[in-house]
Each structure stands twice: as C-alpha cells, then as structure tokens.
Design a protein around this ligand. Structure first.
Ligand code: UD1
Length: 372
C-alpha cells in the first residue's frame, strides 16, 4: 500500500509507482490518498500533471488540528489495512499522513518503508520534524536522499542495516517533466496576470510561503510581505499562494502590502506550471523543502526563508542559502544574485532520475528476504 496525503507527497510517489510497475517481476501497489489535501489545485491538478493513477482508496480526512487530522487518518486507515492485508506500507516525506499511516502499520505488524528518511532540521517546533523523527524510529526500511541522513539516523540509534541510500525521487519527477513544463508567460496569462512582468532584463523571482512559522503570525507575515514588495521594484515577483497564506493575508488585513504592479499573485500552481516558473527564474524565495531541492537540481539560486533546513546538501553542494526571516539578509541575498553572484552549485549524488528504480529493486530483494 502506497500512501499519499498532501501536495509534496505526489511528486515523490509518481516515480515510485512507475518503478514498482516496471520492475521485473512487477510489484503490485494499491494507492491510498488520505485526503489531507483535497482542493483541486492542491491535489487533483497534481495527479493529472504527474499522471498518477486515480487512488484505489480515498480516506477523505480533510483539514483539522494536528491531533484531529492524524487521528482521523489512523482511524480510517486501519480498516483498509485489515481489508487489503498489504505485504508492506510505503510512506513518503514528513506530513501528518506519513506518521499516521506508519503508526497504524507498525502496530499491526505490517512492515513500513519510509522514502526520504533521515532528514533533520533539529527544530522540534516544526511539525514535520516530529513526523520525521517518529516515522524513522519505527519504520522498518529507510530510504535516504543524501548521505548525511544515515548519520542522523544512526545518532538516533537506528541500525545501519535498516538504511538504504537510494537518492531523491522528487528529482526523478523533476527530470521526467522538465521538458513538458509550462512556459511561464502562459501560466501568468492563464491567471489574468501580465506576462510582461517576466520580460525585464533582470528576469523575475518566484515566491512560495506556507510554513506556520512564517505565515501564522501577523507581524512576521507583514514584515515578509513588506520586504517582498520592496524587492519587487528591482525584480518582479511571481507569488504562488498556498491556501493558508492567502487566508492569513485576508485575516490580518495585509492585502494593501502587495505590490500589485510588480507582483503576480497566483493560486497554488500545478506541477508543470511550477517547474516552468522555477526553471526560468532568476531566484526562488521559499520556505518549502521541495523547492530547495528542485532549485538545486535546476541550478537556480534559492533563498530559503527559514532559520534551518533538513536538507543541508542543498546548501553544501546546491544553490540554496538560508536567509531566515531577517529582512536585511533577504535584501542582501537578492542583491547578490542580481549582481551575478548567485550560487551555481552542483547536482548531488543519486539525484539522477533513477532513485525510484533503486528503491523498487531494493524493496523487492528486501521483501523476498522476509522483510524485517
Ligand atoms: C502540509 C504539510 C507540510 C507541507 C504542506 C504543503 C503537515 C504537518 N504539513 O501543510 O509539511 O509542506 O502540506 O502544502 O502535514 N487547505 C486548503 N485546501 C487543501 C488543504 C489545506 O484550503 O486542499 C488549508 C486549510 O485551511 C487547512 C490548511 O490549509 O487547515 C493547512 O492544511 P494542512 O494539511 O493542515 O497543512 P499544510 O499547511 O498544507
């Protein structure tokens, strides 16, 4: 049983399902969507873009507090496990659905496999960090995206035999869709934004923000919108708004801070639109984990508006720089990139488009050998 719940899971699962089907012999999979994300723009559109099959099961849990959401996934997933009796449960990433399904599986004695294991921000105020630590502690087979993850896991007492360095499945998706990405001007046009914004000599920047630490506090969100509005005068910005961020801009009365002349405010974008926007950007400003990795793979400079990252390879080898919520650091970061001094970086080991194939091969051997 392969589990997806929220937007960042979909691009990880698509290549895994393909690799399981292409494996000789094929490894049959049942796709379960928990329904954590349910808006067309957060879910259906991504399924279409990534050619994901329709889920075999949709648990339709929807939104709620962390406790409610996690508990609801567990309650609804347990009978599905009883009914389908999978030989293993495969979870990806670090969202609430990842942890919820892991807990159900291990308590029922079903082997659990975690793809994207061992990433650590060492910031336990992030809900995703709790999901990562707990999932890895109890999952049976742990596939990592970068070598530093194994050291993190071993520090937490996890035996090296449980860990397999497979590479980055999110980059499998990126590479297979790079050619079919949507042209940025068409994306802006489709939303009634002015495509001329993209034609300045300095190019354009792409912004996404959705972390509670950035968007749930009115003062923080105000300061970030102010600095972005200021940057937009030098570098036009395309902002893809997460539903949480859009709601908070309304709630805190911050609409007037948007520099409408130099910023395109778009709804959450499809995968092909987002890849097109990122690939053509001068810089990406984000608090997303996935975008930090995708910009590294694309060689596009990324300024991460967080104090830490669980993906250190994007800083050490890639194009990523942490600027936190420090408005001066954000300004300086953009100025440096506009001066042609942005990080170029290199593509990390095993971010080569074949991670899912390595996972399928290992998973087959592991299950044949009797799993845990
Ligand atoms: C979740 C993940 C986060 C991931 C992000 C990508 C957790 C703890 N967090 O955060 O790691 O980076 O997805 O988006 O699992 N909402 C909608 N429509 C939807 C889904 C959500 O309007 O389809 C709104 C609801 O108001 C909801 C809020 O967004 O309450 C937050 O959704 P939730 O699933 O709780 O977390 P995300 O912030 O999306």
């Amino acid at each position: 049983m392969c589990i997806v719940g929220a937007r960042p899971n979909f691009m990880k699962m698509a290549p895994i399902l393909r690799a399981l089907a292409a494996h000789q012999p094929p490894l049959p999979a049942l796709l379960v969507h928990t329904g954590q994300h349910y808006d067309a723009s957060m879910s259906d559109q991504l399924f279409a873009d990534l050619q994901l099959p329709r889920p075999d099961l949709n648990l339709e849990v929807g939104s709620g507090s962390h406790a409610v959401q996690t508990a609801e996934v567990m309650k609804r997933f347990e009978p599905a496990v009883d009914e389908h009796r999978p030989s293993c449960i495969l979870v990806v990433g670090d969202v609430n659905s990842t942890l919820a399904c892991t807990l159900v599986g291990v308590k029922k004695g079903v082997p659990v496999v975690h793809v994207e294991a061992g990433l650590r921000s060492y910031d336990r105020k992030m809900p995703e960090e709790i999901n990562r630590v707990l999932t890895d502690q109890v999952a049976d087979r742990l596939y990592t995206t970068e070598r530093s993850a194994a050291a993190n896991l071993q520090r937490e007492g996890i035996a090296p035999e449980r860990i397999c360095f497979a590479g980055n499945v999110m980059i499998d998706s990126l590479l297979s869709h790079r050619e079919s990405a949507r042209v940025p001007a068409a994306t802006l046009q489709a939303h009634g934004a002015n495509p001329a914004l993209l034609q300045r000599p300095q190019g354009y920047g792409v912004v996404t923000l959705h972390r509670p630490s950035n968007v749930d506090d009115a003062d923080t969100l105000r300061a970030l919108l102010q600095v972005l509005a200021e940057i937009a005068y030098q570098l036009p910005l395309v902002f893809a708004l997460h539903p949480r961020t859009r709601a908070n801009i309304e709630r805190f009365g911050l609409n007037s801070l948007i520099n409408a002349e130099h910023m395109a405010m778009l709804p959450p974008q499809g995968y092909l639109e987002m890849v097109g926007l990122m690939a053509g950007a001068t810089v990406v400003l984000t608090d997303s984990g996935g975008l930090q990795e995708e910009t590294t793979a694309l060689g596009v400079p990324c300024l991460t508006l967080r104090e830490n990252t669980e993906r250190p390879i994007t800083i050490e080898q890639g194009t990523n720089t942490l600027v936190g919520r420090d408005v001066q650091a954000i300004r300086d970061g953009v100025a440096q990139i506009l001066a042609g001094q942005g990080k170029r970086g290199r593509v990390p080991e095993y971010w080569d488009g074949h991670a899912a194939e390595r996972i399928a091969a290992d998973l087959y051997a592991w299950l044949r050998a009797g799993a845990p």
